[in-house]
Design a protein around this ligand. Structure first.
Ligand SMILES: [Zn+2]
Length: 169
């Protein structure tokens, strides 16, 4: 349930808080999907079978319901958990908040893409703008993902160059 656009949040966040390694931010941006694979592996959630093309968009052949990894309520819980872990690890409120925001950015991007994100658990309303449900929407999201990822990487490297220069004697 993802695109590479999620990584944009990790790249964009790095210059904001230099003490958090880039890989930690990139992993944080994919927290929901990592949990999805984990939960599917242990049988808590099920991997949906789907087809994907730019004519029809994404068609789910089996129901995709992933409240533990992609529900709004649990996404808030995961974001707060990671924020707290970041706060305890870095002993810095700002780092914790930033990590939590990066984690939650995943749900926001998925909200644009999907239309089957549960608010809470099984039986609760499903939300999302569902761009993936049409060919043109899926194409738009693919381009959108590439654009935000490229912009975030450029932002990251430009700021990195500047800080590298200022660190040097
Ligand atoms: Zn996802």
């Amino acid at each position: 349930m993802s695109g590479i656009g999620h990584l944009a949040a990790g790249f964009a966040a790095k210059p904001v808080e230099l003490k958090i390694p880039l890989w930690v931010l990139l992993v944080a941006s994919e927290t929901n999907d990592i949990l999805y694979f984990l939960f599917a592996f242990i049988g808590l959630e099920h991997k949906a079978v789907m087809t994907m093309d730019f004519n029809q968009g994404v068609k789910y052949l089996t129901p995709a319901l992933n409240p533990w990894s992609h529900g709004l309520f649990m996404s808030v819980v995961w974001s707060l958990t990671i924020a707290l872990m970041g706060f305890l690890f870095y002993k810095d409120r700002r780092s914790g908040i930033l990590l939590g925001l990066v984690v939650f950015s995943h749900w926001l991007l998925d909200f644009l893409m999907h239309s089957n994100l549960p608010l809470f658990f099984k039986g609760s309303p499903l939300v999302g703008l569902g761009m993936e449900n049409s060919g043109i929407g899926l194409l738009f999201m693919t381009i959108f993902d590439l654009v935000i990822l490229t912009a975030a990487i450029l932002f990251y490297y430009r700021t990195k160059k500047r800080t590298d220069l200022s660190v040097r004697p």
